[in-house]
Ligand binder design. Structure first.
Ligand SMILES: Cc1cc2nc3c(=O)[nH]c(=O)nc-3n(C[C@H](O)[C@H](O)[C@H](O)COP(=O)(O)O)c2cc1C
Length: 308
């Protein structure tokens, strides 16, 4: 997830039991390959295997070259983004806009599969809009092209993130292909994960937004799926430790200036989940210095412990 699944967050999710955590999308445009953001996104230091990298683009040759260079940089799975609804991405016919051009989809998938000796996976939406849901055809094209697994977010591009994800299309995709199908969209609890697996017959679920501010959700979901019983929610002490270590890691990884900026959204996600009213911590989000940000965070946690 762009702006979310950087190396520190991927490591945290994997620590809590996520079987796979994919990088932020990496543009295949060659002029961006030495861009600071691209280099950060292709860094796998200390990342558990398998390391999955998501690439984005429209040109089969550029996508193939991008996949190859990521293979050389340590990627072990290449994931292709055909789900991003962002205007600036769709304007250049990339991301979910590709779903409207099935021949192009075929060309890109074949080029990437041929370029690397790694499993190549695909992430899609159900279609461009509700009237043009072609996930089934895309999935068949993907299977024919040698794609190893396909993730379907149960919304069309036009749906953005509104309304509820629908799983019927995912069910149909699962019936139509024999490669593994991963169901995605609005999975935010162990029960929901089990329900979606049951309803769609999918081989796995992918969790996005529900991991923000609670990376331990992977432990809760995997425990529930394996045992049918719920694991206790993390204690306030565990949450506090995770938060502080995560923010410190962001400061270290990005350096104090950029780290403080990137940490803000994670702090907000954590504190929202702890149901602390925003009024108490909105000034914390304006801190410019790493130490002060950490002190402000510790203060919030201390106050929370006192009322708990
Ligand atoms: C901030 C944000 C960034 C995202 N970036 C990506 C991305 O780079 N690649 C991708 O395949 N999906 C991306 N997504 C979509 C998610 O992977 C996922 O498909 C979507 O959020 C639905 O799943 P969820 O309900 O579990 O969040 C992004 C979503 C959000 C909210």
């Amino acid at each position: 997830m762009a702006g979310v699944t950087d190396l520190p967050f991927r490591r945290l999710c994997r620590h809590y039991g996520a079987a796979l955590a994919v990088t932020e999308m990496i543009s295949s445009r060659p002029q961006l390959s030495y861009h600071r953001r691209t280099l950060q996104r292709t860094d796998h230091s200390g990342e558990p295997q398998p390391r999955a990298v998501q690439i984005l683009g429209v040109d089969p040759g550029e996508m193939a070259a991008c996949a190859r260079s990521n293979e050389a940089l340590g990627a072990q799975i290449i994931d292709i983004n055909m789900g991003c609804p962002a205007k600036k991405v769709c304007k250049v016919a990339a991301g979910s806009a590709l779903l409207r051009d099935e021949r192009k989809v075929d060309a890109i998938l074949r080029a990437v599969v041929e370029a690397v000796s790694l499993p190549v996976t695909l992430k899609i939406r159900t279609g461009w809009d509700r009237r043009h849901r072609n996930a089934l055809r895309i999935a068949r094209i993907a299977e024919q092209a040698g794609i190893a697994a396909i993730t379907v977010h149960g919304r069309s591009r036009a749906c953005g993130f509104s309304g509820e994800a629908e799983y019927e299309t995912i069910t149909q995709v699962k019936k139509a292909v024999s490669i593994p199908v991963i169901a995605n969209g609005d999975i935010d609890s162990p029960h929901k994960a089990r329900q979606v697996l049951h309803e769609t017959g999918a081989d796995a679920v992918m969790i996005g937004r529900a991991a923000q501010g609670q990376p331990w959700i992977f432990r809760q979901v995997s425990h529930f799926l394996q045992s049918g019983t719920r694991v206790a929610s993390p204690s306030l002490d565990e949450i506090a430790t995770v938060m502080v270590e995560h923010i410190q890691e962001l400061h270290r990884y990005y350096g104090p200036q950029q780290g403080v900026r990137i940490a803000r959204k994670h702090i907000a996600w954590y504190l929202q989940r702890l149901a602390i009213p925003r009024a108490y911590w909105k000034t914390l989000l304006r801190e410019e210095e790493a130490m002060r940000q950490l002190e402000g965070l510790s203060l919030q946690l201390q106050q929370l412990r006192q009322v708990a």
